[in-house]
Design a protein around this ligand. Structure first.
Ligand SMILES: [Zn+2]
Length: 391
């Protein structure tokens, strides 16, 4: 999908704006006659009639004959209850948007390849454009959207909504994405950490169903964790709970971007893994830059170097997870992200390292599982959260 395809021209943009004025009046005042709508919006009777015809065809309004002051009139009522929710996912490689109904069930979604990390303001503009495009395609007026939840791979200050320092979006530090999106869309926006949204989705309909004490590890450029304790999301005092990528594993290891050495991230983060590739790794010599997906494919195809890299990542992940297990005594540990696709190549050494590093009693009730929702988890979690906020 390209931006130019669906950018509304001035005619359709004007029509959208007029439709919105009509829907706004119906939301605020309830059922109105066409004459009343014309008075309330300042549009001509012919324009209102035209707009109502379009809204009726789209299933947004119902029209019935009635009388007003003894004259025949047409009464217009809003049919689709205001309650559409929107999810936005910002990541270093993409901006994604999904629409959901008032229960948070996904209606449609779209993704654009875009480096959200490069520029926060521009990423917000892209996301707003993508949301408006999806709404336009679904013939849903922005005025009927009740709530928006956006995801960032970063810790967020619970008081100010500012993006924290060490994150997957380093240039967003101090930026307030909720405020910026709200100014663009005119709808209440809540921003949440990506792993927090993913763990909510996995608990509701994925690999963490039935569990009350969950650690969901999200592997990417860094390692994030969504932590659920006694059925509740655990954010910590300043919103940085779950930044497990900076658990120190080796004081003589590589220097991490946080300033410490040998953090978990330096063993499993995408860039570190790709940096370990041998110079002549056969199966990886395709066109375009090599990514973790290629590493996993090559390992699954039997490449010994790639297998070794993933095996060691699994061991480090297990050492980190063992520390978390001793702390939280979870009943479910879920592993998500591209690397999780390596399945047993990652999970077997991970389990072994957990058994070596954690108390037996900390693991007794624990199930280790791969994410069931994959890259859908964040958007699904965001839609459900938006629906709850609206409800
Ligand atoms: Zn670190």
């Amino acid at each position: 999908m390209t931006e130019a395809d669906t950018t509304p021209g001035s005619q359709s943009a004007l029509r959208q704006a007029n439709e919105r004025r009509v829907v706004d009046v119906l939301r605020r005042d309830g059922t109105r006659t066409q004459a009343e709508l014309a008075r309330a919006t300042g549009l001509s009777a012919a324009s209102v009639s035209n707009i109502v015809r379009g809204l009726r065809a789209a299933g947004t309004v119902a029209v019935r004959d009635t009388s007003s002051n003894g004259r025949r009139a047409r009464a217009v009522s809003l049919l689709r209850p205001p309650g559409t929710v929107v999810a936005v996912d910002f990541a270093p490689g993409h901006v994604r948007v999904a629409l959901g109904d008032s229960a948070g069930t996904m209606l449609s979604r779209e993704s654009i390849a875009y480096d959200a990390a490069a520029d926060a303001e521009r990423a917000v503009r892209r996301a707003a454009w993508l949301a408006e495009t999806l709404l336009l395609a679904a013939r849903i007026d922005l005025g009927t959207v009740s709530s928006v939840v956006a995801s960032v791979p970063a810790p967020l200050d619970p008081d100010t909504g500012e993006v924290g320092e060490i994150s997957g979006l380093p240039r967003w530090t101090g930026f307030r994405p909720a405020q910026a999106l709200e100014e663009r869309l005119g709808v209440p926006v809540r921003v949440e950490n990506d792993a927090n949204l993913a763990v909510l989705a996995e608990r509701e309909s994925g690999a963490a169903q039935g569990a009350d004490h969950i650690i969901h590890l999200v592997l990417g450029e860094g390692v994030g964790a969504g932590v659920v304790v006694s059925g509740e999301l655990f954010r910590g005092a300043g919103g940085t709970a779950g930044e497990v990528g900076h658990i120190g594993l080796d004081p003589r290891g590589q220097v991490c971007r946080c300033g410490n050495r040998g953090c978990l991230e330096t063993f499993v983060g995408s860039s570190y893994l790709l940096g370990m590739l041998p110079p002549h790794a056969g199966p990886l010599h395709g066109p375009g830059p090599v990514g973790v997906a290629d590493l996993v494919d090559a390992a699954l195809a039997g490449d010994p170097g790639c297998r070794r890299i993933i095996d060691e990542a699994g061991t480090a992940l297990g050492q980190g997870a063992a520390i978390m297990a001793n702390l939280f005594n979870p009943d479910r540990v879920v592993v998500g992200g591209e690397l999780a696709r390596a399945d047993a190549l990652l999970m077997v050494p991970m389990r072994r390292a957990m058994e070596m590093g954690a108390l037996g009693s900390a693991l007794r009730r624990l199930t280790l599982a791969r994410s069931a929702l994959g890259d859908q988890a964040i958007l699904r979690g965001a839609l459900r959260t938006a629906a709850r906020l609206a409800g």
